[in-house]
Write a protein that binds this ligand. Structure first.
Ligand SMILES: [Zn+2]
Length: 527
């Protein structure tokens, strides 16, 4: 029986410790259960396949386990087994995608809520895709959230919290599940292969992890499909062939042909794709993904794609043969941007034939800039090149960068924790909020500060974007000026002394570096 279960069911995490890529959430929940202070209303938010319902089941087990160890369920007591096998009415899963109306709530959920637990200690109601509940359905539930019967725990899961009313949200303890990092996914796939006594080349696993786009369940489903083909060992080319994907090698060649306006080479690849039945949307998707990663690499390396993999930011891969120069090595940021923008325009809501024609047109030199494009100011500006709003000359008074600076820190730490790229289809959703009110214009003070700086200090701060608020002067450095930021930080005392002359005594100076993801997002949303 167990043999026939899909991989993602068989290898589903059954303890907090087994959850992949959600360490902070797992820790918080385990502690809350152990200390007996878990709220009665939880909201799990995150993209599909990131472990929301798996975590909800673990919470249900942990709350009911007869022999828990420091918040972890034992997995072998009658309560744990009943929950695992879905053999108890006290832990119920329901999906609002199929039962979202007021009648569904009245007939199915309310009786479950009002009756006390029958065979377990706590009643746990796991409701998935709750953004699909109608307003009436929520109204019926809200009453029970406000005055919950003793012992009940509601766990709401959703991919889209913006569709849930504030009155509901305010009553729930929220946990944000992030897309699972590629190395976490690759690690789990490797473990599964080992247990299944099957083999796969690291490139094949890396490709699957990348295709899964942060969703463990998708990765496991794809692996399932590939293993059932019987191919062993699994190579990257097998993954592409079996999943009907355009080969990475061809995608790189197509990108090169587009960048060079080499129509014959590019058209040959496109007709090869057509012959093999490759979906033009998938081709465009993979092309966009490659260009995005190349842009990321170019931004981090200071302007163009580096030649060897050791200079890539952590977690970023560009593929290619080990030891050989990276694909698209030496390609300039401006050229990659132009292609990225063209691909984005191409992708929005087109039919197959239309998209194929669009890809062909990209090969016919349509990328050559005949008129100034939106990328022009980026290329022309010498100093903080990453921000469209940045001044043209390095010594000129810089515009206040309060909104960027204030969002840079949290974004940067999140990016460091999860180097995986965002889904290529939703770059706009990832744009940092710009609703933060900008600080008062700092240009006069900044000009005076630069004038007051001694010759050894001035070059270290001239390229930074200043923002002053609440007694703190934040200096934002672009990624390519990382060494400047380090040297400036080494002279913090001196810089604070100069700042005190201009901004007043006691001013603090903060040195921030714009992380690559933020920079990329600014560039990306500039399309
Ligand atoms: Zn147990």
């Amino acid at each position: 029986m167990a043999e026939q279960l899909a991989i993602y069911r068989r290898y589903r995490a059954s303890t907090f410790g087994e959850l992949r890529g959600q360490d902070p959430i797992a820790k918080t929940l385990r502690r809350a259960v152990a200390d007996g202070r878990l709220g009665h209303g939880l909201l799990f938010v995150g993209p599909r396949g990131t472990g929301k319902t798996s975590t909800a089941r673990i919470v249900a087990k942990a709350l009911n386990c007869l022999a828990p160890a420091d918040g972890e369920p034992c997995g072998s007591c009658t309560a744990c087994i009943a929950i695992r096998d879905g053999a108890t009415f006290d832990v119920v899963e329901s999906n609002a995608a199929t039962s979202n109306r007021i009648d569904d709530v009245r007939e199915d959920l309310i009786p479950l809520i009002t009756n006390p637990p029958t065979d377990l200690k706590r009643k746990v109601l796991i409701l998935d895709e709750v953004h699909r509940f109608t307003n009436d359905a929520w109204d019926a539930l809200l009453k029970w959230l406000e005055e919950p019967p003793p012992g009940i725990v509601f766990i709401f899961c959703t991919t889209d919290p913006s569709r849930i009313r504030p009155a509901i949200l305010s009553r729930l303890q929220r946990f944000d599940f992030r897309p699972i990092a590629q190395d976490e996914i690759a690690g789990k796939l490797t473990e599964i292969l080992k247990t299944e006594k099957r083999n796969a080349e690291p490139e094949a696993i890396a490709l699957l992890a990348r295709l899964a786009d942060g969703g463990m369940r998708d990765a496991e489903s794809m692996l399932d499909q590939l293993l059932s083909s019987g191919v062993d060992p699994l190579r990257a080319a097998d993954v592409e062939e079996l999943l009907g994907l355009p080969s990475a090698e061809h995608i790189v060649k197509l990108a090169v042909a587009m960048l060079d306006a080499d129509a014959p080479a590019g058209l040959a690849i496109l007709s090869e794709f057509e012959l093999r039945g490759r979906d033009p949307h998938v081709v465009a998707d993979h092309l966009t993904d490659l260009i995005r990663r190349a842009l990321h690499a170019a931004l981090a390396a200071g302007g163009s794609v580096p030649a060897d993999a050791s200079r890539l930011p952590a977690g970023l891969t560009l593929g290619g043969e080990p030891g050989a120069p990276l694909p698209l090595a030496g390609r300039d940021r401006a050229d990659l941007l132009r292609l990225a923008h063209a691909l984005r325009r191409l992708e929005s809501g087109r039919g197959d034939a239309d998209l194929r024609l669009g890809l062909e047109l990209l090969l016919l030199g349509t990328l050559t800039p005949t008129t100034p494009t939106t990328t022009a100011p980026l290329v022309a500006s010498a100093a903080p090149v990453l921000a469209p709003a940045a001044p043209a000359a390095p010594a000129a008074p810089a515009a206040p960068a309060a909104s960027t600076a204030s969002t840079a820190a949290p974004v940067s730490s999140a990016a460091a924790a999860a180097p995986a790229m965002k889904a290529t289809r939703t770059p706009r959703a990832a744009t940092p909020s710009t609703s933060t009110p900008p600080a008062a214009p700092a240009s006069d003070e900044w000009t005076r500060m630069l004038a007051a700086a001694d010759p050894a200090t001035k070059p270290l701060i001239a390229d930074a974007r200043p923002a002053f608020a609440d007694g703190v002067l934040t200096l934002l450095y672009s990624v390519s000026k990382s060494f400047m930021r380090q040297r400036a930080e080494g002279r913090r005392d001196r810089i604070e002394a100069i700042a005190a002359q201009v901004y007043g005594a006691g001013v603090q100076v903060k040195f921030l570096e714009q992380d690559v993801d933020t920079a990329l997002r600014e560039v990306w949303t500039d399309a």
